[in-house]
Design a protein around this ligand. Structure first.
Ligand code: COD
Length: 300
């Protein structure tokens, strides 16, 4: 099974357990809209932590029905995030979501050594894109958390992503490790890592997926382009997951897909005790809603 569109996420979570989601610093219009929609669809049971008056004002202005909704009043943003993270640590919630708070404030609380959500695994960002010009949903990692992953960190990022794809129904997802070129070039570290990752996959040191690289972006997503260059690869042209060399390449690709190609996106932080919805403030309500569905599927 592969996802053809992001709306397929709905059927994956339909009828599954209702997850408790805590929205940290909940006084944010798009986050509230997405959370209340997922609540209405019976995917999650929300707990809102934040400035109660602001939350109520946003809901009143937007005509959101909030009868029966659990709201915990904490007007200080950092305290609201801490309280939300601690609720997850205490197993009172299954998903953490970022509201009106900066990414690094939330991540620093998540990484807190005493009461944070570390498991010993690397945390990494995983995004799914639906773009008209590709024949299926394409996953991209890591475009938002790990800045310049080394080989070991790239292995963890692949493992986090492959586990998530398997929860979504994939078998042996196809992973393209990107470089600027498809040949190993000793001056381009990304190509060296890509060749090592491919060989480690062949030798079963990285399991449950098919890895090939280095592949340039065009070979990864276009069979015609790969054939034109004479590349023989099971992954080329049919990639399920693109592994980015670093955060700059990843973030620019993410934003190009959304702003130029009008792609739809859903994303989640993996590797912590629970999935974390960490969409950016500029993401649409639809992107936040799809990210909640993805997190619910990832929390299986
Ligand atoms: N997984 C697990 N543990 C981690 C990770 C990770 N990905 N990153 C850091 N840690 C641990 C370290 O082992 C250490 O014990 C502690 O956390 C602090 O590590 P530092 O000092 O390297 O981390 P910080 O606190 O300076 O920064 C961690 C961030 C995740 C905030 C940092 O990596 C970061 O700023 N990433 C980019 C986030 C961002 O700006 N995204 C923008 C695109 S939206």
């Amino acid at each position: 099974m592969v996802l053809k569109t992001l709306s397929d996420l709905k059927s994956i979570v339909a009828g599954g357990p209702v997850r408790k989601l805590v929205l940290a610093a909940a006084q944010d219009q798009h986050s509230l809209g997405a959370v209340l929609r997922a609540w209405n669809d019976n995917v999650i049971e929300p707990i809102l932590v934040g400035d109660k008056e602001s939350i109520q004002n946003i809901c009143a202005t937007s005509n959101y029905k909030i009868d029966g909704l659990r709201i915990i009043h904490e007007p200080d943003t950092e305290m609201a995030v801490q309280m939300s993270v601690k609720m997850v640590s205490a197993k009172q919630a299954d998903i953490l979501m970022k509201g009106k708070v900066g990414t690094s404030t939330l991540l620093k609380c998540v990484l807190n050594k005493e009461w944070g959500l570390r498991t010993g695994n690397l945390l990494s960002h995983f995004a799914l894109f639906e773009v008209e010009t590709y024949h299926k949903v394409i996953a991209v990692t890591d475009v938002a958390m790990n800045i310049a992953p080394n080989l070991q960190e790239k292995i963890s990022i692949i493992n986090n992503s492959v586990s998530c794809l398997i929860k979504l129904g994939y078998t042996n997802p196809k992973v393209a490790v990107l470089g600027a070129v498809e040949m190993v070039n000793e001056n381009m570290e990304a190509t060296l890592d890509a060749a090592l990752l491919s060989k480690m996959n062949q030798r079963d040191q990285i399991k449950n997926c098919i890895i090939d690289g280095p592949l340039a972006f065009d070979n990864a997503v276009s069979l015609e382009s790969a054939q034109h260059k004479g590349i023989r690869s099971e992954v080329a042209g049919d990639t399920d997951l693109l592994l980015m060399p670093d955060i700059e390449v990843g973030n620019v690709l993410y934003k190009s897909l959304v702003f130029f190609a009008k792609a739809k996106v859903a994303s989640v932080i993996l590797g912590a005790r629970v999935p974390i919805v960490l969409t950016s403030r500029s993401d649409s309500e639809q992107a936040k809603y799809d990210s909640i569905l993805l997190s619910a599927a990832a929390s299986k």
